[in-house]
Design a protein around this ligand. Structure first.
Ligand code: GLP
Length: 261
């Protein structure tokens, strides 16, 4: 795992956007896996700026989002489809027909999950998957103790996740209890993963993900098996790590072609 420690979330998001922009410049028809949540918002703002000011072209990009709440249509202001449209898609020149978010209102949710996996395959697989990190170590909506080989499926949200997300959602009681989410197996099949985690509430999950044992107790630790996973943290979320000197050493001894900034 490549661990990049930056001073704060702002610097981490700018770096993350730079990494994604490089992928899109090198492969204009790249397939991006996207994430929701508070963490990537600043990164998306930076992608919008790069599009506006530097002509970053998304016209041939395809995207697949990680997850969606069951029962919420794309018009619901708490749905992830709505979030993506308002936070990123309508500000860049991506073809909305090539943006994919699981349909949480599908009559047959299992068929929707299978079809989502097939669409990813038909698009040639995901070149880069952006990820946030749940306070309990979840990625997508893959909660602790779930299978580390799972595919896109209906996931039951843990009580902790409901509590964490209800701050944004407005109410604990109105939050959906289920979501469709890419599985850990789906995420591990992507060519590259880029996970962002900032702030003190993520410190424990960051430590378990990077230095803890590979365990379904921390689903994000499955990234230890990924051939190309990059994790961007800030000083606060890195506070629980034991090998920060090592990560900084590696970061400062990169060959020119391995450097980001
Ligand atoms: C949510 C999402 C995840 C996200 C995580 C962290 O439940 N399903 O994809 O990464 O929780 O959210 P935040 O970035 O708001 O802390």
């Amino acid at each position: 795992m490549e661990v990049l420690i930056r001073a704060n979330a702002e610097a981490g998001c700018i770096l993350g956007a730079k990494i994604i922009a490089r992928v899109v410049r090198e492969k204009p028809n790249a397939v991006l896996g996207l994430a929701t949540g508070r963490t990537p918002e600043r990164l998306y703002q930076e992608l919008i700026r790069l599009h506006r000011d530097e002509g970053l072209d998304f016209s041939r990009v395809t995207s697949f989002n990680l997850d969606e709440y069951v029962g919420l249509s794309g018009e619901h202001d708490q749905s992830y489809r709505y979030f993506m449209r308002e936070t990123l898609f309508r500000h860049i020149n991506i073809n909305q027909a090539r943006t994919h978010v699981p349909d949480g209102t599908a009559a047959d949710l299992h068929a929707e999950c299978r079809a989502y996996e097939e669409k990813i395959l038909a698009a040639g697989g995901i070149d880069l998957q952006l990820l946030g990190l749940g306070r309990n170590g979840h990625i997508g909506f893959n909660e602790p103790t779930g299978s580390l080989r799972s595919r896109t499926w209906v996931k039951i949200l843990s009580e902790q996740t409901l509590r964490d997300n209800s701050a944004v959602f407005g109410s604990f009681d109105q939050m959906p209890r289920h979501a469709l989410s890419m599985g850990i197996g789906t995420i591990l099949d992507t060519r590259r993963c880029l996970l962002l985690a900032f702030g003190p509430p993520k410190a424990r999950a960051v430590e378990q993900m990077i230095e803890g044992p590979l365990s379904a107790m921390c689903p994000a630790s499955a990234l230890q098996l990924h051939p190309r996973a990059t994790v961007i943290v800030d000083e606060a979320s890195a506070a629980g790590l034991h090998y920060t000197d090592h990560y900084r050493w590696i970061d400062s001894h990169k060959l020119d072609w391995q450097k980001y900034d």
